[in-house]
Design a protein around this ligand. Structure first.
Ligand code: DCP
Length: 223
């Protein structure tokens, strides 16, 4: 295996977050980066969300969004914070999603669709503000896997995750719009780092060229 990263000492990891709609291909992207030395790949802890002391919070959130969205997103926020503050041995830390997409995409969509009431959103905002001020949530690069909502929806239907049976096209379109406003148009919330946009509509068989561009940017920038 080639040695892509020299064993220099860094004050902290060069942190890259991978963002994109549900079904945009974040897992495939992360799997590609598993092969390189010097990169710690931190996948989203979906299994934890499915089993919080025996409770499947992901399933609960989709089955009754009004009742469980706050509980679910609170737990996601905690698990994301655990990943943000985790010190990894490798110089590059590649994370699936972040505390930023919890607030800027999911909580925002839930607030607009009234799944979360104003006071619940205020509690999220207080937590978000406190953690930003008191924990190191620094990000060096955001990789945005940009898809059309149609393709993201099609992939979600195809993979047939039991908890996602009630996910509608409209929900995927809303979550798409939140990502677009945050990371593409940059009209919603401040971006915590430069954004690299990848055409994630491309099929698995040809997307590796896009990944390669991304690899170059990550490995060059962290040097
Ligand atoms: N989810 C959520 N709120 C969050 C993060 C995720 O409701 N703050 C939900 C959406 C999905 C599931 O959790 O139902 C996993 O979502 P992701 O988009 O993070 O992961 P995927 O597995 O869908 O990613 P991909 O298909 O891009 O690999």
């Amino acid at each position: 295996m080639s040695k892509d990263v020299s064993p220099r000492k860094f004050k902290r990891n060069f942190t890259v977050i991978v963002e994109g709609n549900i079904g945009s291909g974040k897992t495939t992207f992360l799997n590609y980066f598993q092969q390189f030395n010097g990169v710690s790949v931190l996948a989203e802890p979906v299994d934890k969300w499915r089993n919080c002391s025996g409770h499947n919070l992901l399933e609960k959130m989709y089955s009754d969004p009004k009742k469980w969205s706050f509980t679910f997103q609170s737990y996601v926020q905690l698990t994301m914070l655990q990943l943000h503050t985790l010190k990894t041995a490798d110089p590059i830390k590649l994370m699936e999603r972040s505390i930023y997409s919890v607030r800027n995409c999911f909580v925002e969509q839930m607030a607009r669709s009234k799944c979360l009431d104003e006071c619940s959103v205020s509690v999220f905002d207080e937590w978000f503000k406190w953690t930003k001020e008191n924990c190191d949530l620094s990000i060096d690069l955001i990789v945005y896997l940009r898809t059309s909502p149609e393709i993201a929806y099609e992939r979600t239907v195809k993979r047939n995750r039991p908890e996602e049976q009630t996910v509608s096209f409209n929900y995927i379109r809303d979550i798409h719009n939140m990502h677009e406003d945050w990371l593409y148009h940059k009209t919603l919330f401040k971006c915590p780092a430069p954004v690299l946009i990848i055409d994630a509509n491309l099929d698995k068989s040809i997307i590796q060229e896009e990944y390669l561009k991304c690899k170059t940017q990550i490995f060059t920038n962290r040097a």
